[in-house]
Each structure stands twice: as C-alpha cells, then as structure tokens.
Design a protein. Structure first.
Length: 167
C-alpha cells in the first residue's frame, strides 16, 4: 500500500490546487491538493511539511495543521491511502516548484470544486467540510512570520502577498 499525504491551503474561500501533468503515469491531467508519498521513517506531518516545501516553496506552521480526513483508492499492491490535512498557516508565497509533476497551480473557490476533474471523487466534499478559519489570528501570525527571510533577516515592510493570498 502506498501512503500519501496532501495539504489543503485555504485563503479567502479558495483552496490551492495543483494540476497533474498530462504526462504523469498516475492520475494524469487532473486537479489535486499538493502533496506526495510519505517516506520511510516520516510521520504524515513531517512528509506534509517536506512536500509543501519541495512542491510549493512554503513552510507550513505545523501547529496550524490538522487532519481533515482520509481517502482511499485502488486495491492490492496499487492501493493508495491518502491522508488529507488542512494547513491554516504557512510562510511564503506558493509557486510551482515541481513543474515536472504539475503543469499549473491555481487558487480555486471552494464552491467551484465540483466542476473540476479531481483525482479523488470525495475531495470536493472533504474540502467543503472545512471549518471557517479564524482570519484574525492566522493573518497576524503570517504577517509576523513572513517578515523573516530565509537567512533569518527580519524585514520591516508588509509582506504583500507573502502569505500565499489569492490575487
């Protein structure tokens, strides 16, 4: 069985999706949440943090992440268990850092998910079940953390989009 983890980054009523490249062997040309395989010795949360960094260039705030649910596909050796996580807080602006895996990323309104070709049929319902976030605490934390550059330098300007907000 393959164990996979995905993360729902949600901002202003939209969720960040990745479009799987048409050349991918598994689930080509479909929309999905960003994520990937859990490697040996990793917890799902550790794998989620690694995958978000590798695929999107963002650092998740682990304390803001919570298990949303599970999806299952296939059977036997091809069985896939997908742990779906909500990520309420992250640092950085999501960009496609894995163009060989995804040919596009997009903020999609949660109410629009049903009209897209998604990897997992239950994904739209799972994301729609998300509780409304506490925007005040989350946004303040993101602004504070986004002022720190990768080298530890602190900036004194507003990050302006550094939190991954949809434009």
């Amino acid at each position: 069985m393959h164990v996979v983890v995905t993360g729902a980054l949600v901002e202003n009523g939209a969720v960040l999706l990745v479009h799987r490249s048409p050349t991918r062997r598994a689930y080509p040309d479909l929309w999905d949440l960003p994520g990937g395989h859990v490697e040996a010795g990793e917890s799902e949360l550790q794998a989620l943090a690694r995958e978000m960094r590798e695929e999107l260039g963002v650092e998740i705030v682990a304390e803001s992440s919570s298990r949303l649910g599970d999806l299952h596909a296939g059977s036997g050796e091809d069985a896939v268990h997908v742990g779906v996580w909500q990520v309420a807080d992250w640092v950085g602006s999501p960009t496609n850092r894995a163009p060989d895996e995804h040919d596009d990323i997009a903020w999609v309104g949660i109410s629009e998910l049903g009209g897209l070709p998604l990897v997992h049929g239950g994904l739209a319902a799972l994301v729609r079940s998300l509780p409304e976030p506490d925007h005040g605490a989350s946004s303040a934390h993101r602004r504070e953390k986004a002022g720190h550059l990768e080298d530890g330098t602190v900036t004194d300007r507003e990050p302006g989009g550094q939190n991954g907000s949809p434009s």
